[in-house]
Design a binder for this molecule. Structure first.
Ligand SMILES: Nc1nc2c(ncn2[C@@H]2O[C@H](COP(=O)(O)OP(=O)(O)OP(=O)(O)O)[C@@H](O)[C@H]2O)c(=O)[nH]1
Ligand SMILES: [Mg+2]
Length: 187
């Protein structure tokens, strides 16, 4: 093997062995995006304030080093999301599953920013049915029906996990699914 060839072989192997990814976290304001990311980062519940712009943080999960872009869900900040789409390896969409009134709005945003978004169409989508600690919350099977995920996402890799970003229920399972998807994509 020539030295030029062996260098490019080594570089390709090295890049393949580095487990790095960028993940974008979308959802309506108050869905619990920042609370979830803080839980993943620290393993405990931490109080949050509404995000302005976005929070960019690094999370280590399994042996992955993941740059998390946690955007601001409020309407006036949503135009900022698109700058973060290129280069994302996966998308997390967080839903307040106790807020039935805002489900149609969540569905619209999911449609515009995930279903019909060419930047995100080939990457895995993790949907978090958050706030399961609240008694009025609905669970994944019902959420899948109400959001029409079984129709809209039929050609995509996606999963819905019941979670609570307050007490951590389901968070580990959801992120394990996500890194498994990253592993599979890496090949
Ligand atoms: N009961 C309950 N409350 C939660 C949960 N996750 C988040 N919250 C609360 O919901 C509120 C909003 O949480 P955030 O994490 O700031 O929501 P966000 O999606 O980041 O909102 P924006 O930054 O405005 O887009 C806070 O009062 C959180 O404590 C949960 O799983 N259960
Ligand atoms: Mg936030």
């Amino acid at each position: 093997m020539s030295s030029k060839l062996s260098f490019s072989y080594w570089l390709r192997k090295k890049l393949k062995s580095e487990k790095k990814a960028k993940i974008i976290v979308l959802g309506l304001d108050s869905a619990g995006k920042t609370t979830l990311m803080k839980y993943v980062n620290t393993g405990v519940f931490k109080d949050t304030v509404p995000t302005i712009g976005q929070n960019i943080d690094t999370v280590n999960f399994a042996d992955w080093n993941i740059t998390i872009v946690d955007v601001a869900g409020q309407k006036q900040f949503r135009f900022l999301w698109e700058v973060h789409y290129p280069g994302s390896s996966a998308v997390i969409f967080v839903i307040d599953s106790a807020d039935i009134e805002r489900l149609p709005e969540a569905r619209d945003i999911l449609k515009i920013h995930v279903f019909n978004n060419p930047y995100l169409e080939k990457i895995p989508c993790l949907i978090i049915a958050n706030k399961q600690d609240l008694p009025e919350s609905i669970q994944a099977p019902m959420l899948i029906q109400l959001l029409g995920l079984h129709l809209e996402m039929k050609d995509r890799t996606f999963a819905v996990f019941d979670c609570s970003a307050i007490n951590g229920t389901g968070v580990n399972e959801a992120f394990t699914w996500l890194v498994n998807q990253l592993e599979m994509k890496k090949g």
